[in-house]
Design a protein around this ligand. Structure first.
Ligand SMILES: [Zn+2]
Length: 463
């Protein structure tokens, strides 16, 4: 057995990870008829919820439709969440439930074709039965197990918007799960409170920067736009495969500055989801304004994802000490679609090594459950710039590859900045060390043991 430091994941959805593994898994589905057959197996449920579809993996290369889902059931509500979590398709039964329960809403905000994107997804989630405390504890326990099996002992995680429940219910559940020893992973919360009212309430109650034993309140988390796969990332010029579409900005400029400023005044950093080039410009402008007027001497603001950040924007990030929390593993799913979406613009995408070389603090993460939590798969993609899902495709900008030591430093020491810790003493035992293997074998490394505070918290069976 070989010993190495345990991994830190600087952006995932811990609660969502546990929850989504209890849903119907659609990641491997390769056609719409296969998807419908899989859903039919669950038609005895009171609501059919699937997660992880991606139209790029379907031979039809399109999103399933409401009328196709109606062929599975007209009586049971069905909702299917795209792999990115930014697009949801529902059947007629679910649509009428949303229209009924959302009476207060403007009817034009409920799309007749059953396709919901970005903020509107809340209309769908509001109709899912709310989880009980014991459901939450069960999801947290499953997530903990996933972390420990993968050799991840600390995460920065966005959990407040997974369900339509008060953020304090989530905090209570995490604390109860940790205090009762049901979960072992350290969690730094990326505080997803996208409205002034909620953030005000949070600040008034004294939550900013609160520290419990293995749970701490981290930065404000906002989502400035959507995803490239779902064509909701905000672009300056239309999607090359959808010429009327520029994606979606979730805030206007003033709203964004106001939220970041409120958090900054309360001593909180901001970690902002940004994918499209237009969203990047908007967020950098907002962060620059807040940093210039802030009374805080140091900050750890960061961009999460940063997939379309060009060299000029990298300069700006460097100048203002704005960090990058990136997911090399996104190429696993994105490699098959980015050329269609962006054509020549792909030359300035996923420039993670350029960010690293310029001196920006680059932290690696997976955004699990968007991609697998497996750090060895992520290391592999960061080094090879190829996709494990579509290995025949050419690597994306090979000159952006990381060397192993660089990639490991992004996964461990750089990520300490994003979980507000000084050191990582947790460790794992593995069957082979990555530096002893050729790159192609790295994804198959097995975690045999995970050790936190000197205690073995995970042991692989059948050693
Ligand atoms: Zn995320």
């Amino acid at each position: 057995m070989n010993k190495m430091p345990a991994f830190i994941d600087s952006h995932c959805h811990f609660l969502g990870m546990g929850y989504s593994s209890t849903l119907i898994q659609l990641q491997e589905v390769s056609s719409i008829p296969e998807l419908l057959d899989l859903l039919r197996l669950h038609s005895d449920q009171s609501m059919i919820i699937g997660r992880g579809w991606n139209q790029e993996n379907l031979i039809e290369k399109r999103i399933p439709t409401l009328s196709e889902l109606d062929k599975v059931s007209l009586d049971v509500p069905i909702l299917l969440i795209r792999t990115c979590g930014h697009v949801v398709i529902v059947n007629s039964k679910m649509l009428s439930k949303i229209q009924l329960e959302g009476k207060r809403l403007d009817p034009s905000s409920v799309p007749e074709e059953g396709l919901f994107v970005e903020e509107d997804i809340h209309l769908v989630y509001n109709c899912i039965p709310k989880p009980t405390k014991s459901d939450l504890l069960r999801y947290l326990k499953i997530a903990d197990q996933i972390c420990l099996e993968n050799g991840v002992t600390k995460v920065a995680s966005d959990d407040f918007c997974i369900f339509d429940i008060p953020y304090e219910t989530v905090i209570e559940a995490i604390l109860e799960a940790q205090d009762s020893g049901q979960i072992h992973t350290s969690i730094t919360e990326q505080v997803n409170l996208p409205s002034k009212e909620l953030l005000e309430d949070f600040i008034k109650k004294g939550y900013p920067n609160k520290r419990y034993s293995k749970f701490k309140i981290g930065p404000l988390k906002l989502l400035a736009d959507g995803s490239l796969g779902g064509r909701t990332a905000a672009l300056h010029k239309p999607y090359s495969d959808d010429l009327n579409n520029l994606g979606v900005l979730n805030f206007n400029d003033e709203e964004l500055v106001e939220l970041i400023q409120m958090a900054d005044d309360a001593g909180m950093d901001s970690a902002i989801h940004v994918i499209g080039d237009k969203a990047t410009d908007q967020v950098l402008k907002a962060l620059k304004a807040v940093i210039s007027s802030s009374k805080r001497e140091t900050h750890r603001h960061s961009l999460i994802h940063a997939q379309m950040v060009n060299m000029n924007q990298i300069e700006t990030m460097k100048k203002y000490h704005i960090g990058a929390i990136v997911q090399p593993i996104f190429l696993n799913s994105d490699l098959s679609m980015i050329k269609d979406r962006l054509q020549d613009r792909i030359q300035e995408t996923y420039l993670f090594h350029s960010m690293y070389q310029s001196g920006i603090t680059v932290g690696f993460s997976t955004d699990c459950p968007v991609e697998n939590l497996n750090p060895f798969e992520n290391l592999f993609v960061s080094m090879s710039r190829t996709s494990l899902k579509t290995p025949k495709l050419k690597p994306h900008l090979l000159n952006e590859s990381f060397r192993l030591e660089e990639a490991l430093s992004c996964y461990i020491s750089s990520n300490l900045e994003y979980i507000y810790e000084q050191e990582q003493i947790d460790y794992i035992m593995v069957d082979s060390l990555p530096n002893e293997l050729e790159i192609a074998k790295i994804p198959s490394i097995q975690v045999l043991q995970t050790v936190i505070d000197g205690k073995v918290v995970y042991q692989k069976l059948n050693l």
